[in-house]
Write a protein that binds this ligand. Structure first.
Ligand SMILES: NC(=O)c1ccc[n+]([C@@H]2O[C@H](COP(=O)([O-])OP(=O)(O)OC[C@H]3O[C@@H](n4cnc5c(N)ncnc54)[C@H](O)[C@@H]3O)[C@@H](O)[C@H]2O)c1
Length: 330
């Protein structure tokens, strides 16, 4: 998607303006829409002068999240479903982003049926600098800024190191590492302009702490992504931006959306263990201490924990894996 200089300029203005408004009004939690820009005419800025767009209150809204603007990458999959739903239900404005295509379009329609005002779908390829920048610009021109960035896009493959071809490794490296880098970089630039802090949450994996044989490309590239997020926590802290990670294990679906990642690696795992689909899910449930099935909703809950800032925490990781002693962060 090409980024027009005009759109970029408007987006920069919108985010800078949002920071300015937050400072002058002491209110940093409102999104606004482009029409309000016409009110800017050198008058003394008062909060009431602006059309503040607050979603209509719902019972499960969380006051810490109502009106905050979130972007979720690789959203149109299993875990993305849980995260988008969690954010939307708590009152956020949610920008659903993923590779363009029928799967993405259907996913966006499903969410727009839940709330047409607080959901937008923006095709975005995390490996393409321009695509990432124009998605942030589009959100800023629509809702005035971005507060929460969830880096969820990721792909996997299996294969022993001795059999892994370089092109396969590089394919994972592009999405899992370069994609993470590009989104973190754009988020950093955006938050520096916006000046009201923010939250970044990376969906890492238990493989970072407990890699599996045959998962070299996945484990290594996700570990690099995890490390980039830790670096971002150091670099973004002065901006009031927190960067944290969530490390799930074995999530097979979210709503009616099956994990694309498991569609890729599942058949090999089933064959290796002589299991069918149900048997494989049981295997992963039984290998954790709590004997619990990990769901996309559980992952979303960890994301929401960080986004609601319940503890003074950055650079940290919550395992969502039912308890795996060998994957305990150390
Ligand atoms: N499912 C699990 O068991 C599990 C466990 C640990 C971590 N994770 C992590 O959670 C995240 C989501 O996993 P999932 O199981 O929901 O997978 P999924 O395949 O269902 O969803 C991932 C999404 O990323 C998108 N994507 C791929 N390449 C992209 C690109 N270049 N730009 C933008 N989007 C792109 C895909 O289209 C897909 O919709 C991944 O980062 C994965 O590493 C998953």
């Amino acid at each position: 998607m090409a980024k027009s200089p005009q759109l970029e300029e408007i987006a920069r203005f919108a985010t800078a303006l949002r920071g300015e408004l937050a400072t002058r009004t002491g209110n940093d939690d409102f999104p606004f829409q482009p029409p309000i820009l016409k009110f800017i005419s050198g008058k003394k800025i008062s909060r009431d002068a602006f059309q503040i767009v607050k979603p209509k209150s719902k019972s499960n809204f969380d006051s810490r999240l109502v009106g905050r603007v979130a972007i979720v990458t690789g959203a149109a999959g299993a875990i993305g479903y849980g995260i988008c739903k969690g954010l939307l239900e708590r009152g956020c404005y949610v920008a659903i982003t993923d590779l363009p295509g029928e799967k993405f379009e259907k996913f966006v329609v499903e969410f727009q049926k839940l709330d047409s005002e607080r959901v937008i779908g923006i095709p975005m390829d995390v490996t393409d600098t321009k695509s990432v920048a124009s998605a942030f610009a589009k959100i800023s021109t629509t809702w005035g800024g971005v507060d929460i960035v969830v880096l969820n896009a990721g792909i996997a493959t299996t294969g022993a190191l001795s059999e892994l071809d370089l092109a396969t490794f590089q394919k994972l490296e592009r999405v899992n590492v370069e994609g993470t880098l590009l989104v973190l970089a754009e988020a950093g630039r955006h938050f520096a302009r916006q000046k009201i802090g923010g939250d970044v949450i990376l969906i890492s994996t238990k493989n970072v702490f407990a890699p599996g044989a045959g998962f070299g490309a996945y484990s290594a590239t996700k570990a690099a992504a995890h490390q980039l997020a830790r670096i971002a926590s150091l670099e973004f802290a002065p901006l009031g931006v927190r960067v944290n990670m969530v490390a799930p294990d074995a999530v097979f679906s979210g709503g009616s959306h099956k994990s694309g990642l498991w569609a890729e690696v599942g058949p090999g795992r089933m064959k290796a263990r002589g299991l069918d689909e149900k048997g494989l899910e049981e295997f992963y449930r039984n290998r954790n201490l709590l004997k619990m099935k990990v769901t996309a909703e559980h992952v979303a809950n960890a994301v929401l924990f960080f986004a609601t800032r319940q503890t003074p925490t950055t650079g940290a990781c919550i395992p969502v894996d039912g308890g795996l002693p060998d994957a305990t962060p150390r």
